[in-house]
Design a protein around this ligand. Structure first.
Ligand code: RB5
Length: 148
């Protein structure tokens, strides 16, 4: 069964979102949570929060959230309980964040990296699996306690 992911972007990430949807739609089920069209006055929380909530609720398994730098996206996504978002502009962090930290949301800055690197980063994120190792579970439990 295909992985089901959400993708969202504000105006800073809109073009990259559209390109990633084209490139990934054959290999994963993508729920496009907007923006539906380029709007230079949209606000990243309005796009990022629904995608983060979709991960938290289990509607999707993972999300990719894009803004200009990726910073705003990561800050807001991590406000949603159950979301572990990381801003990754390299492939190592993109898979290691899943393997060690059970990262379930990848944030990207479309003004920082190009589409080819972004595609490789998303692929590394989507193919990675959480290790389940005791030390990683122990650390996650400490995060969970913080959320209670
Ligand atoms: C939008 O211009 C920009 O501020 C936003 O996409 C993002 O970079 C915020 O972190």
């Amino acid at each position: 069964m295909k992985l089901r992911i959400a993708i969202a972007a504000d105006h800073g990430g809109f073009d990259l979102k559209q390109e990633l949807i084209q490139r990934l739609s054959e290999v994963v089920d993508i729920v496009d949570m907007g923006a539906e069209s380029f709007d230079s006055s949209d606000d990243y929380p309005d796009l990022a929060i629904p995608a983060a909530r979709a991960v938290a609720s289990g509607e999707v398994q993972r999300a990719v959230v894009i803004c200009g730098s990726g910073v705003g996206a990561s800050v807001v996504c991590n406000k949603v309980k159950g979301v572990r978002a990381g801003l990754c502009h390299d492939t190592y962090s993109a898979h290691q964040g899943v393997e060690h930290d059970d990262m379930n949301t990848l944030c990207l800055g479309a003004r920082v990296i190009g589409v080819e690197l972004a595609t490789e980063i998303v692929a590394a994120f989507l193919m990675a699996q959480f290790s389940g190792e005791e030390r990683h579970l122990r650390r996650l439990e400490k995060l969970n306690q913080l959320e209670e």
